[in-house]
Design a binder for this molecule. Sequence first.
Ligand code: LMR
Length: 397
Amino acid sequence: MFEKIELAPADPILGLNEAFRNDDRPTKVNLGVGVYKDNDGRTPVLNCVKQAEARILASQTSKGYLAIDGHPEYRAMVQSLLLGASHPVLAEQRSRAVQAPGGTGALRIAADFVASQTPVKRVWISDPSWANHRQIFETAGLEVHTYRYYDAANKTLNFDGMLADLDALGPQDMVVLHGCCHNPTGVDPDLAQWQTLAACAKQQGWLPLFDFAYQGFAVGVEEDAAGLRHFAETVSELLVANSFSKNFGLYNERIGALTLIAANGEAADKALSQIKRVVRANYSNPPSHGAEVVATILADAELRALWLDELAQMRERIQGMRSALVEGLSSAGVAGDFGFIQRQNGMFSFSGLNGEQVAKLKQDHGIYIVGSGRINVAGLTGHNLDAVIAAIKAVSE
Ligand code: LMR
């Protein structure tokens, strides 16, 4: 029966890594997948992680299973990191978190939970959105639609279009919102816009699902959660899928969480019991290491301060690369105003390069970016920047 199976298309993001590995040009540059690189092109293990791991290794006495919902201290710390330790939802004990294998794992748990336990039939993702969103929700049997988000002509948020689309939704709809550092555009709502969106969710009764994979990459850990925190004060029910791949550099540990907020503690407990069934049926219980690392860092004042410092260094290096890219493109005489690159948040820049230009960057110059024109600015370094600018100039002429 297997001989009838057709070859699946390469993944639009992770598939680039394979093509990159098979490219033998020494000057090749991978600006595809959202992974942070330091100025020497390495994806470092953070010092706070190294120190936490040393402590864990010295004190660990067992490799017994974690509970279905994961590491207890980790789950508590995730909620206060997302919501802020003094958020009313925490005081009212209306939130529950389940450890998940990365942000993708958290999204898939959310999708299965929502499809089996709620009236939600349709999921609305931004246009454009992270390339994996659609298949995660479709695989769970949900219908996926898009809401207006990006104004390509002005390289800004099409807030009026977004609001008009979300204003037409109701309790059978779930809306995926990128908590900060929108992937792929880097364009986020401001606080006033978040407030308007939260009022819309409350009035229309649609369920918000925050995809929060880049906390700390726009302005800071607290600032970047402002939209989410306001939503959590406004609506009674909410989901958050978060990831620590990027902000702790724990990519291959697959560590994230799904957090649920319900109208009261009893409803939250019942929902949690169903989420745990989803987990049990999919992978039984989560792996331990990433959760122990994150919990150890967040619980220790010194390690936490070191983490915030290392996160700030990553953020600042990316911002520096944004400025250098803008300056470089304009001094190379590439036509157009690239100031928008500096206004975008997070790892990515939605360059505006079209499919043909993206293909040429790869074929003629060995520079790999996502087909939508998304550049991973976190992969630019002092060593590859000039080559990238020269290639963009060549494909833009
Ligand atoms: C990305 O968008 O590049 C990252 O979120 C990695 C991934 O899994 O696609």
